[in-house]
Design a protein around this ligand. Structure first.
Ligand code: BMA
Length: 315
């Protein structure tokens, strides 16, 4: 089965310049910056960063960099924030995941819109990250950790999300012909009793298409006597039937270890929400929130992740 070094093996390597973004580096007063969605556009890495303001509400702000690591150009005002007419966002916008929707020739950003009756997953479209079209919530509360797939399956869009059903937090997949009406809801990845992902699981970054299937990076939560530990696991979904889980790691492959992952608002949290694949060297940059306080990045080779998954069991 190939059990690896405790704490997530050697698959992911942290960037030595972590954290790459902090509240202190924000262009306006902010409490924390974390859990960014990521996209590649016009030769730049774009991070849509969750910024928590000094009231405790979150909005999303764009940061751009040529190499995706340094010299971040951070917008001087919030990029996406609550507006009247969107009550689903009254308590803030959180944790975006971004895909390029070829159908629309637009980026689809699915994010948590925190309504006064609980968190929902909502959709906004953009072609340039300058103008945005808010389409509102996709599903009722309580729901989080969602992303569209970049393409359709049998004429239907697919959404991975994490509703809480009867108090249980599993990862689900749902389908829609029009991005409005959702159905065919199925559990995709269960939380696993006794394991590092025993209390909750939720999608990490957007699903990543590889030759072997959709690479899913997800977070798993274990509650401990001193709080929850958020770690990261891998799964592989069938390319054409993404409701079929082909492989799932038994171990976590990345977990909190560095001081910046233990010191902050929520200690013991690594929470990936964005990923960029550099096609030239097949390297993945995984963007994650550390301790709900800063933005960090880690690297992995796609081939090594897929090789590792080959030796893992199915769900
Ligand atoms: C989850 C989400 C994330 C957060 C994580 C750890 O439920 O709310 O935004 O990073 O908890 O606190």
């Amino acid at each position: 089965m190939g059990f690896s070094e405790v704490g997530g093996s050697t698959l992911f390597r942290r960037y030595e310049g972590n954290p790459i973004l902090t509240a202190a580096g924000c262009t306006y007063p902010a409490h924390s910056v974390f859990n960014p969605g990521a996209a590649h556009m016009d030769g730049e890495t774009l991070l849509l960063v969750r910024v928590e303001d000094l009231r405790g509400f979150s909005h999303l702000t764009l940061a751009r960099s040529k190499d995706g690591l340094t010299n971040w150009n951070i917008a001087s005002v919030p990029t996406l924030e609550y507006h009247e007419g969107h009550p689903e966002e009254k308590w803030g916008l959180e944790d975006p995941r971004i895909v390029w929707l070829e159908d629309f020739k637009k980026y689809a950003i699915v994010y948590v819109s925190y309504s006064s009756v609980g968190p929902k997953v909502s959709l906004v479209l953009t072609k340039d990250f300058k103008t945005f079209e808010k389409l509102g919530e996709l599903l009722p509360p309580e729901d989080k950790d969602a992303s569209l797939f970049p393409r359709k399956f049998g004429g239907r869009y697919a959404l991975i999300h994490r509703p809480i059903v009867s108090g249980e937090a599993h990862i689900w997949i749902s389908f829609s012909p029009d991005l409005i009406h959702w159905g065919e809801h199925r559990v995709l990845l269960h939380r696993r009793g006794g394991s590092w992902d025993s209390n909750r699981v939720g999608l990490g970054p957007q699903p990543l298409e590889t030759s072997d299937g959709w690479l899913i990076i997800y977070h798993g939560v274990r509650k401990t006597a001193s709080g929850s530990l958020y770690r990261v696991g891998l799964a592989l979904l069938d390319l054409e039937e993404p409701w079929r889980v082909v492989k799932r790691s038994q171990e976590w492959v990345f977990g909190p270890k560095e001081p910046y992952e233990f010191i902050g608002d929520v200690p013991g949290v690594v929470f990936p929400t964005g990923a960029i694949i550099n096609k030239e060297n097949n390297e993945l940059r995984l963007y994650y929130g550390a301790a709900d306080s800063s933005v960090c990045v880690a690297f992995a080779k796609i081939d090594q992740l897929l090789d590792y998954l080959k030796n893992c069991p199915g769900e």
